[in-house]
Write a protein that binds this ligand. Structure first.
Ligand SMILES: NC(=O)c1ccc[n+]([C@@H]2O[C@H](COP(=O)([O-])OP(=O)(O)OC[C@H]3O[C@@H](n4cnc5c(N)ncnc54)[C@H](O)[C@@H]3O)[C@@H](O)[C@H]2O)c1
Length: 445
């Protein structure tokens, strides 16, 4: 069997995560080209995958103006740089695995669906959680009818406080105009899962939420310096202290003290994230400290230029009258999703965290509870990254479709996210059927 050939566009954190699958499964897939403007990242990725210098490119344009070098490309560039390379790759004859969000506005998402469907090539969106054992087991329990008819579905995306500070206050997803609203950036996965689990479209949606904490007015004292490294008077007692998060790894140390029976998943084991983001993977203490003194990640969380929310609630009604709520927030003690589904025959309660994955199914008739421990605790995305790569590579090799995460099925979650942001900002209830029809009509007109 000849390995499927892939080209990577965007050798950042996600690019390396997909690269790992190829290193673990060299018989199935290999990376033969890479494009990234950052020489260190491009070089590191190329070295790991033995990519010759002729197949290393500074930008996606350089790669995609050549005749195809591979069977498929992975587009893992920043959010605002998804559409152009994805469209160019489809037009060049590549299958495409595109990071989420598909695009940062709804018309571009719809355009991508049409581009994919008219190209005859696959456009898959990295909704990796659909490939995790955890969400597959939840889905199978629902499909098997063990809960009866779903009546309410509550889903929470609990973003741990230091991840919130890293990505949505100091980092790349802090401003809606530079990336996208947090409900899209963080929760297109969750809206996708909710739509999948509910098994029918949503028809009405409302939403509330705000940026409550990470702004100057919420600072514990008025005299805080612009940077944690500028002699901050509350550095020792601030949970968001940048030196504590990136240099001392204080959040992980305190967790290790509190938890003795379950090993806490330590990101540093696999990829040193989030410190790896500060200086392109250079983890030397002096380099990290300089990055904190000069770069965005050393800024006081009360003095950044962030504008995305730190909490948002979305309420939705499905076509047959069932209710669903999504709570997204950035103030959790642990990273992870929690959910509860109440049906006419049973209740499901589940936790999907980096410490422990559990699903409890309570049967109304017997009163019995079954506890399931899906695979994938202690693995990023519960094993979804590897699951998606395996499915994508197989579909490319066999020339089959992969409807689970194709562009059209991914569109729905993006549409819900944009609707939620509009509902939050305007304080309105959105008729999703009309919203959907308008989105499709705009693109076709
Ligand atoms: N599926 C998931 O669960 C998941 C999780 C996290 C992030 N993401 C998404 O994945 C994408 C990448 O995120 P990341 O954390 O890896 O970001 P990153 O910043 O670490 O990596 C992006 C890379 O793209 C490169 N790039 C920029 N311009 C380019 C160009 N013109 N040509 C080629 N490469 C270019 C950058 O130099 C960088 O190395 C984002 O859209 C993000 O929202 C998805």
């Amino acid at each position: 069997m000849c390995p499927v050939k892939l080209a990577l566009i965007g050798a950042g954190d996600r690019g390396f995560a997909y690269g790992k699958y190829a290193l673990d499964h060299p018989d199935e897939v290999s990376f033969v080209a890479v494009a990234d403007p950052i020489a260190v990242r491009r070089g590191q990725f190329a070295a790991l995958h033995d990519i010759p210098s002729t197949h290393r490119f500074v930008s996606w344009e350089d790669l995609l103006t050549r005749p195809p070098l591979a069977d498929a490309v992975i587009v893992a560039t920043p959010d605002h740089l998804h559409v152009a390379p994805a469209v160019a790759a489809l037009r060049r004859g590549y299958h495409v695995l595109l990071e989420k969000p598909m695009a940062t506005n709804l018309p571009d998402c719809v355009t991508l669906v049409h581009e994919a469907e008219s190209s005859g090539h696959m456009l898959q969106v990295c909704h990796v959680l659909r490939y995790s054992d955890f969400f597959n087991q939840v889905y199978q329990i629902i499909q098997a009818g063990r809960l009866g008819e779903i009546v309410t579905l509550e889903h929470r995306e609990n973003v741990v406080y230091w991840h919130m500070a890293h990505s949505f206050v100091r980092g790349n997803w802090r401003r809606a105009d530079e990336s996208s609203p947090m409900i899209l950036a963080k929760c297109c996965h969750d809206l996708d899962l909710m739509y999948w689990m509910m098994g029918e479209p949503f028809v009405r949606l409302s939403s509330v939420g705000s940026l409550l904490h990470f702004r100057p007015e919420a600072a514990p004292r008025p005299d805080l310096p612009e940077r944690c490294t500028d002699g901050c008077p509350i550095e020792a007692e601030c949970p968001f202290s940048a030196p504590a998060i990136y240099l001392e790894r204080r959040p992980w140390r305190s967790l290790a003290v509190g938890v003795t029976d379950v090993p806490y998943y330590d990101f540093s084991v696999e990829r040193a994230w989030p410190a790896s983001v500060l200086a392109h993977g250079d983890l030397r203490p002096e380099v990290l400290r300089r990055a904190l003194e000069e770069g965005p990640y050393g800024r006081c969380v009360y003095h950044c230029d962030n504008d995305v929310v730190d909490h948002q609630v979305v309420a939705m009604q499905s076509a047959s009258g069932r209710s669903a709520t999504l709570i997204m927030h950035g103030h959790s003690h642990l990273e992870g999703r929690t959910l509860r589904i109440d049906g006419t025959r049973g209740t499901l309660e589940a936790r999907f965290t980096h410490m422990l994955n559990t699903i409890e199914v309570h049967d109304h008739l017997t009163g019995r509870t079954e506890v399931v421990h899906p695979l994938g605790a202690h693995v990023v995305h519960g094993g979804g990254d590897a699951g998606l790569m395996a499915a994508f590579v197989r579909a490319v090799r066999e020339g089959t479709q992969l409807p689970l995460t194709d562009a059209r099925s991914a569109l729905e979650s993006h549409l819900l996210a944009f609707a939620a942001e509009q509902a939050r900002l305007e304080g309105i209830v959105i008729d999703l059927q009309a919203y959907r029809a308008a989105a499709m009509a705009r693109e076709l007109s």
